[in-house]
Write a protein that binds this ligand. Structure first.
Ligand code: TRP
Ligand code: SF4
Length: 438
């Protein structure tokens, strides 16, 4: 199996995906003591992660951390896109520095839009919606890939440590792939890692909240981050923690520096073997690795390295399209766009695929299937904040007390309210855009 970020595949079996690609389960202990956990966290909609422990630690200890994500303007913004922004807004409320890329280079390279078209879509639809949804300008920066020289430079420079075989293995590029497309994952790596250079806040844990189709880019960025480190901190075969210098220059200086930092961290049983370019820490355990890694990463910057901390990621399930296939901008009947009128919305919802039984009689007798119902998904993902209220809908559907017609009307009503409120807020959003772009 391969994950293709540019295909229109829908993913069903998230557990299998997780296992096959080494994504970690997003278990309750990762989020339950975060402040007011978002419904996507509480409801298992975010099902997997890489390295979220670092983020949890930063939130709880109130240390700096950043969010970087991106959207490719291609068509109008719909409920699927809203998910990422909802996540970003939640993380902003618990202290993250926010960076959002407008992936105009990627849209140009992979979707056939001109840079000018993507700019229009971003300024007239996507960004006003981010603001209307509640994104605040403080500690928040929205930028266009094509206008950010640092991001483009990073993509190019960091590409030195990836080879063609790796790109083919990750993305399946063949002989006819255009080079702008081939280069776009490196631009995305530039997006993800640039927030850790000094000018953008320096070395710190970074979370990239995305749909699982983006995992190849995450793996690439994590590999590239690691490849640029001067130190490698790992568990050795005999269960010790070793700090290894990866370069052949400045070895002594790097070992001296590491030793000094380890002493400051109160480790005392250090064994330095210069020939192995290594320091073994006999009084450290596996759980200490992040706490050793961070200060060493920071110190690398002074010694001519980048010191990237590997970016963390979370993966959300995709919302199903109204017809049961993927929600997609290119098929308007599958999607609810944030700019849809109440009338359009109602019509789409009334035509949506439900988990109801074939006849009313059957449904009263054996109930509906909320887990296979697009309407229930609308409640779950977007329309109902209160878990108890959601639980009631679930139960009365299962119990055959609730019929799909009424349920759809309820969903349509809530969706209309949401869209009307957004429309109101969008009016004022246009004049605020500048506050986010500097
Ligand atoms: N590739 C993403 C998409 O298809 C957009 C994107 C660009 C992105 N840069 C990013 C996502 C950085 C996460 C992080 O929509
Ligand atoms: Fe879906 Fe509601 Fe019908 Fe249940 S009653 S299947 S939740 S539309």
């Amino acid at each position: 199996m391969k994950i293709d970020p540019w295909s229109s595949t829908t993913y069903q079996d998230y557990t299998r995906l997780r296992d096959e690609f080494g994504i970690q389960e997003f278990s309750e202990n990762l989020w339950k003591d975060l402040p007011h956990p978002h419904r996507f966290l509480r409801r298992g909609i975010i099902f997997g992660h890489r390295g979220f422990d670092l983020i949890r630690e930063a939130v709880i200890k109130k240390k700096p951390w950043a969010i970087l994500t991106g959207l490719m303007p291609s068509g109008k913004m719909h409920l699927g896109h809203k998910m990422v922004i909802d996540e970003v807004i939640y993380y902003q409320s618990i202290g993250a520095d926010i960076f959002i890329a407008v992936a105009d280079i990627e849209a140009f390279a992979t979707r056939g839009h001109t840079i000018e078209e993507t700019k229009d879509m971003a300024l007239n639809d996507y960004i006003p919606n981010y603001i209307a949804l509640g994104l605040k300008p403080e500690n928040c920066r929205i930028y266009f890939q094509s206008k950010n020289q640092d991001v483009k430079d990073m993509g190019y420079i960091l590409g030195k440590k990836v080879n063609w075989s790796q790109m083919v293995a990750t993305y399946g590029f063949g002989g006819s792939a255009n080079m702008a497309h081939v280069f776009s994952p490196l631009i995305q790596t530039g997006d993800i890692l640039h927030v850790q250079i000094e000018k953008y806040g320096g070395i710190r844990p970074t979370l990239v909240p995305v749909g699982v189709d983006q995992d190849p880019h995450i793996r690439l960025s994590r590999d590239i981050a690691q490849a640029h480190r001067l130190y490698n901190i790992t568990l050795t075969k005999d269960n010790k923690i070793g700090v290894f210098v990866k370069t052949d220059t400045n070895v002594k200086k790097l070992l001296d520096n590491a030793e000094e930092i380890l002493v400051q961290l109160n480790f005392s049983q250090l064994k330095r073997i210069t020939d192995y370019k290594a320091i073994y820490i006999n009084d450290a355990r596996e759980g200490d690795i992040p706490k050793i890694d961070e200060p060493l990463a920071r110190s690398e910057v002074k010694l001519g390295g980048y010191g990237f901390i590997q970016p963390s990621s979370t993966y959300h399930r995709f919302i199903t399209g109204l017809t049961g296939e993927k929600m997609s901008s290119s098929k308007p009947e599958t999607a609810i766009f944030l700019t849809d009128s109440p009338k359009e919305t109602r019509k789409k919802i009334m035509n949506a695929k439900t988990g109801g039984a074939v006849t009313l009689k059957d449904q009263k007798k054996s109930g509906g299937k909320p887990d296979e119902c697009v309407i229930y998904e609308l409640f779950l993902y977007h329309l109902i904040e209160d878990d108890r209220e959601l639980g009631n809908i679930y139960n009365s559907c299962m119990g055959g007390e609730q019929m799909c017609g009424d349920c759809k009307k309820h969903a349509a009503e809530l969706m209309e309210q949401l869209l009307i409120a957004l429309k109101e807020k969008r009016k004022k959003a246009h004049e605020k855009i500048e506050d986010y772009l500097s």
